[in-house]
Write a protein that binds this ligand. Structure first.
Ligand SMILES: *Cc1c(COP(=O)(O)O)cnc(C)c1O
Length: 395
């Protein structure tokens, strides 16, 4: 079937898309309208924790859809209770508010911190965020993000998000005044190009927050739910944050997000926070299935083995092609190119007879975010294909 037979003109143009329509997915593989197969190392941007159309998720969707889809957030439902209990049991947080996207969860975190500032800090409202950070595409989360150019894009910004430099504690300290209520960051900056915070920095932020009676907010929309090798990335830094947000991996591909907070911080009054779909049982049931798979025996050990394989394989490619190494945490990794041919590699990889889906968040860098249950053979295949593509692009 020819692409021109699809009439795509009714869709709003918000990005440049390749001329292909995906019709099917299974695990780490996607299939387009011509039946061509693609090995997917993007997975909806680190979303599909268990790959495409995971049987555990399909089972949960079918079972829950036969029972109850939407009683409304004004009433309790079992799957949201089950998922909240699992998340609080696995973390330092006491309570969960479910949302539908990372941006919405982060909006909730910002509101919660500002409310806490009103209740406990005499109206302090400023939240220090990081240059190059990414927190979403609503007005407040774009203002909290540190993407170059975003400060002017939909001016005026939501005010109160001074920007510090990741891993530079002095740059944070210099921004603190009596109106500063919180510090918010990604433990690993994902969209910026996979830049992990250092342990010293994270622990330094916790200390600063304690000294100045501020909250520490971790945006784990990309890093949470096993992506970095532990259930939550903050656990590898030996810090206890006050607020955390989750999205992407928590739903494994369905729209689900969460705002978690410690009890002392839960200051919302009735009516302060809500949303039509929050905690709807259909999505929450999928979240439970994803969570239970992540915590099933051997899952995280296998993930650790795949992480080592991917990391070593990328290092070997880097050495072979004179690149600048690799970095990351768990299965959120980047290959650092020695030149700006990332987009060319991404295009050539997709156009291979057996396609390979990669992502270049910066021109000199490739990001890898496979399903957490990617197999050894699939990682091997990806590395072989990548080598082929680099050779073709650089010949
Ligand atoms: C993707 C992402 C978001 C935004 O999530 P959406 O579901 O697209 O709104 C926020 N923060 C981080 C760290 C992300 O990676």
């Amino acid at each position: 079937m020819d692409f021109s037979q699809f009439n795509v003109n009714a869709l709003m143009e918000i990005t440049s898309r390749p001329e292909l329509v995906f019709v099917r997915g299974q695990g780490s593989w996607l299939e387009d309208h011509n039946g061509k197969r693609y090995l997917d190392f993007v997975q909806g941007w680190a979303v599909n924790t268990l790959g495409h159309c995971a049987p555990e998720m399909r089972r949960a969707l079918i079972d829950q859809s036969e029972k109850l889809m939407n009683p409304s957030p004004a009433f309790y439902n079992q799957p949201s209770i089950d998922l909240a209990t699992r998340l609080t049991g696995a973390s330092c947080f006491d309570r969960v508010f479910f949302a539908n996207s990372g941006a919405e969860a982060n909006e909730g975190a910002i509101k919660l911190a500002r409310k806490w500032g009103q209740v406990h800090r005499d109206g302090a409202y400023k939240i220090i965020t990081m240059d190059h950070g990414f927190h979403g595409r609503t007005l407040a989360t774009m203002s909290a993000s540190g993407k170059p150019g975003w400060d002017k894009m939909f001016a005026p910004q939501v005010e109160g998000f001074p920007k510090a430099t990741l891993n530079d504690l002095d740059s944070v300290r210099a921004l603190i005044d009596d109106k500063t209520v919180a510090i918010m960051l990604e433990p690993v900056q994902g969209e910026a190009g996979v830049f992990p915070a250092t342990k010293e920095f994270m622990q330094g932020l916790r200390k600063l927050a304690d000294e100045h009676r501020m909250l520490l907010i971790v945006d784990e929309v990309q890093t949470g739910m096993g992506r970095t090798g532990t259930m939550f990335a903050y656990q590898q830094f030996d810090v206890v944050p006050d607020i955390m947000t989750l999205a992407k991996g928590i739903g494994g591909g369905v729209p689900l997000a969460a705002l978690l907070a410690r009890q002392e911080v839960c200051v919302f009054a009735y009516g302060d926070q809500g949303g039509t779909y929050n905690g709807n049982p259909l999505m929450a049931a999928v979240g439970v299935a994803v969570y239970d798979t992540l915590t099933s025996p051997g899952f995280m050990e296998t993930l650790a083995a795949r992480t080592r394989q991917l990391s070593e394989g990328l290092l070997a490619l880097s050495a072979k092609w004179g690149m600048k190494g690799e970095r990351g945490m768990g299965l959120l990794r980047a290959l650092l190119l020695d030149r700006d041919d990332g987009p060319a590699i991404v295009d050539a990889a997709r156009n291979l007879p057996e396609g390979l889906l990669l992502n270049a968040p910066r021109a000199n860098l490739l990001r890898f975010m496979p399903a957490l249950n990617v197999t050894e053979a699939e990682v091997t295949r990806m590395l072989e294909q990548l080598d082929t593509v680099i050779a073709a692009v650089r010949k």
